[in-house]
Design a protein around this ligand. Structure first.
Ligand SMILES: Cc1cc2nc3c(=O)[nH]c(=O)nc-3n(C[C@H](O)[C@H](O)[C@H](O)COP(=O)(O)OP(=O)(O)OC[C@H]3O[C@@H](n4cnc5c(N)ncnc54)[C@H](O)[C@@H]3O)c2cc1C
Length: 494
């Protein structure tokens, strides 16, 4: 078969590329950026290094079925330390700190001591966290696929899911904001909303707290950039090639088959096997001429619920080592970002090396919301930079109030808007995940959904809410589909 061409060196493109190479298939990745990782990224400004992606990784625990996959891809390994932040979040309350611990028992004691008025709901929450902590993301293989060795049965993971099904159904019917409304204390509500926001179904909150309770959801050493670099090294070590700085303009098809890629610089690369990991929602319009119009594509356009943000990173000459790394602050008055009101904020504090020199700290603040139209309008008015400065300086004033030791000590800020993400990722409105809305049971779209033979899709958009595990599993599934369609034995991670 011809060399498989992969669009994008994000986590899904790298996962697909590694599995293809392991299965003996030539694979080359075309990546528009100069580094691998896509949305799983970070950047340096002056003396500071800002983590711009991963806050937790599902599958970081050796007990998770995903762990073997991450290890096989080089994302995790014996020599890669994993930090399991505990408490995961905190909030100032009653002159002290209420801490969101991982262990449900400890969490119950902590929350009940701070918020006795919510004792009953807290007890129920902690019982349900325990139920969700037993659920694992199953790893399945495509039907009809030849495997080098028998893969572990997904049955245990599926069986563990059964007792949680009634709870999953109940929590999926309400949003996290509606669920948090059951708790009387506003600080407790803000703490819970800090985990996955208010718009996702409450199942997303319970799954996350369950993941943490199971000892999963840690952060590998070096964060997003180091993890993507390890995966890129693994792919290249297996003989794969990544062409950086080469944007794909079109996926070419002929007679219902993939036939290659047209690059933005005009080069044409022929192949009958193409894997697209650019955001599905943007790819169906941007990469095809005419845009794809099958019913599944129309459904994507109608129903997808992209998650996006304005992201502010700041460098400060203050020692924040004694503070919680992730603390929710309920604000005395709303903070305005991109025309939206925020009643609370969650700054991540990275004190000292490797993110900042000793005694200094890198801080990141993500304001979640669909701010795309706001920033686009600012750009059209010629006020894009002014608005960015307004936001950056507003964040400095806010943080000086919340963290008094930072007063007059900020050295720099950097603002990434949805337009920045769009420019780097070519994703729909610069989004990088999807909402898992109430009333919807997430299903994974198959990689061969277009019906065009030799064309495969992978990436976060194929299953809400997306994120790193979905990028991994859909990349692997696309590689499996290539193997199956060519009668080859899949030799990637199982
Ligand atoms: C602030 C933030 C926090 C996050 N926190 C977490 C977290 O804690 N846990 C978690 O699981 N997930 C988290 N995520 C989400 C996660 O990072 C993404 O969902 C995941 O990385 C998506 O991977 P992907 O490969 O599907 O897509 P992408 O990362 O978008 O990769 C696509 C790649 O393709 C390239 N590309 C696109 N179009 C073209 C083209 N036409 N030609 C050439 N190259 C192209 C892009 O440059 C990119 O490198 C976070 C994301 C952000 C931004």
């Amino acid at each position: 078969m011809s060399t498989a061409l992969i669009v994008g060196a994000g986590i899904s493109g790298l996962a697909a590329g590694i599995a293809l190479r392991q299965s003996g298939i030539q694979a080359e990745i075309y990546e528009s950026h100069s580094i691998p990782g896509g949305a799983s990224t970070g950047w340096r400004r002056g003396e500071y290094f800002f983590e711009g992606g991963m806050h937790w990784l599902t599958g970081s625990s050796p007990k998770s079925p995903l762990n073997a996959l991450w290890r096989e891809l080089g994302a995790l390994g014996e020599d890669v330390a994993v930090e399991n932040r505990d408490p995961f979040l905190t909030i100032e309350h009653g002159g002290g700190e209420a801490r969101l611990f991982r262990d449900p028992k400890r969490l119950r004691n902590e929350l009940c001591s701070h918020f006795p008025e919510d004792e009953r709901e807290i007890a129920r929450l902690c019982r349900d966290i325990l139920v969700f902590s037993r659920v694992q993301m199953p790893v399945t293989d495509l039907k009809g696929l030849k495997l080098r060795r028998k893969s572990p049965s997904p049955l245990p993971a599926l069986l563990r899911l059964l007792p949680a099904l009634p709870k999953m159904t109940a929590y999926s019917k309400m949003s996290t904001a509606e669920y948090a409304g059951r708790f009387q204390n506003p600080a407790l509500r803000a703490l819970l909303l800090g985990v996955v926001g208010g718009e996702n179904a409450a199942t997303a909150l319970l799954f996350t707290l369950g993941t943490l309770a199971a000892g999963d959801g840690g952060c590998p050493e070096g964060g997003s950039v180091a993890m993507a670099a390890r995966m890129a090294r693994k792919f290249e070590g297996l003989g794969g090639r990544i062409h950086y700085g080469r944007q794909v303009r079109r996926v070419l098809t002929r007679d219902g088959r993939a036939s290659g890629l047209l690059l933005a610089d005009g080069d044409l690369i022929e192949s009958e096997t193409v894997l697209v990991t650019q955001d599905l929602l943007s790819a169906i319009d941007a990469l095809f001429d005419p845009p794809l119009s099958a019913p599944w594509a129309e459904e994507q356009r109608r129903k997808a619920a992209p998650v996006l943000c304005s992201f502010v990173s700041l460098g400060v000459r203050a020692d924040l080592g004694g503070r919680s790394k992730a603390a929710v602050f309920a604000l005395p008055r709303p903070f305005i970002c991109a025309g939206e009101r925020y009643e609370s904020v969650l700054p991540y504090l990275y004190a000292g090396p490797p993110h900042a020199p000793q005694g200094q700290a890198a801080i990141t603040l993500a304001f979640m919301g669909d701010h795309y139209a706001f920033w686009q309008a600012a750009r059209q008015r010629g006020e894009y930079e002014t608005e960015k400065a307004r936001l950056g300086e507003g964040c400095i004033r806010l943080l000086e109030e919340l963290l008094p030791e930072t007063r007059s000590r900020f050295e720099l800020y950097d603002v990434a808007t949805p337009l920045s993400y769009e420019r780097y990722l070519h994703s729909f409105k610069g989004s990088w995940m999807s909402l898992q809305r109430k009333g919807e049971f997430p299903r994974t779209l198959p990689s061969g959904l277009s019906g065009i033979s030799g064309l495969y899709f992978a990436g976060q958009r194929l299953m809400p809410p997306g994120g790193l595990p979905v990028a991994l599993l859909t990349g692997r599934a696309a590689a499996q589909a290539v193997c199956r369609d060519h009668g080859l034995i899949f030799q990637g991670a199982i």
